[in-house]
Design a protein. Structure first.
Length: 54
């Protein structure tokens, strides 16, 4: 995940009150995409899976 400015070739999605900005080419290649937030003993953070694993 990278925080950057929205570009002309980006897709903007709002899901559950959270805004996602994804490159349109990336969306065509790797859909579906799953974004999850995990809390584990070793730490916490976002986990992104895509394709057959999503």
């Amino acid at each position: 995940m990278i925080l950057s400015e929205v570009k002309e070739n980006d897709e903007i999605l709002e899901i559950g009150g959270i805004t996602f900005v994804v490159d349109k080419k990336f969306m065509r290649v790797v859909t579906p995409i799953k974004v999850d937030y995990k809390i584990k003993i070793t730490g916490r953070g976002f986990v992104i899976t895509y394709g057959e694993n999503a």
